[in-house]
Design a protein around this ligand. Sequence first.
Ligand SMILES: Cc1cc2nc3c(=O)[nH]c(=O)nc-3n(C[C@H](O)[C@H](O)[C@H](O)COP(=O)(O)O)c2cc1C
Length: 207
Amino acid sequence: MSVREILEQRRSVRHYDPHYKMESETLAALIEGASKSPNGNNIQATRYLVIDEPNLKNVLLPIAFHQQQVIEASALIVVLGDYQAFEKENIIHIHEEGFQKGYFDASLRDYLASAAIQYYLNKSKEDLKLELVRDASLASMSLVLLANEAGLHTITMSGYDSEQLKSALQISDRYEDVMLIAIGKGIKQGHKTVRHDVGKIMYTNKI
Ligand SMILES: Cc1cc2nc3c(=O)[nH]c(=O)nc-3n(C[C@H](O)[C@H](O)[C@H](O)COP(=O)(O)O)c2cc1C
């Protein structure tokens, strides 16, 4: 299936086969693919917390306002941004890795690393959160596309209580929860949804 075909056919699926088990390797392959997504300065801040333990899913059910996909889908992925990724050590480490692999020379390594460090230096928490949300959202979409390509179904979700979720899963303030993605085998197609005509959403040079 082409990307265009997946985009045309994909729907948010809210009913899943509760007996369909996804192997950890399958999830890892999807997440590995999603990690190829563009991300600011390649600091790779997105994290994926896979919840497939039935007891935990049950705990999350009321936190996600009793949306049944939370317990029926094979897994629930909590997509997180890691504030520690902005730290100098991470930025230097990643650029050193690229240098060691021969992807760029020492001067480009140093230039890219110091530009990235400078870029984040005086940003507010709100600005850093926006950086995490941008990166995690792009990666989430990649994950959704890859899952649909593999014949699986997904629904991205913001319908949950963030504080309660972080408390139930013991997620520290080091992480920003960006969204949940339920993934599995759908048993009922998602309903069709309309989209604006492109003329309503596309502007050129001025809005
Ligand atoms: C960030 C985000 C959060 C969403 N949260 C929920 C949710 O909590 N529950 C739900 O049923 N659908 C949720 N959706 C799905 C949207 O309702 C859905 O994408 C939209 O209606 C378009 O339908 P489609 O995805 O089938 O094309 C969410 C979608 C996005 C992108």
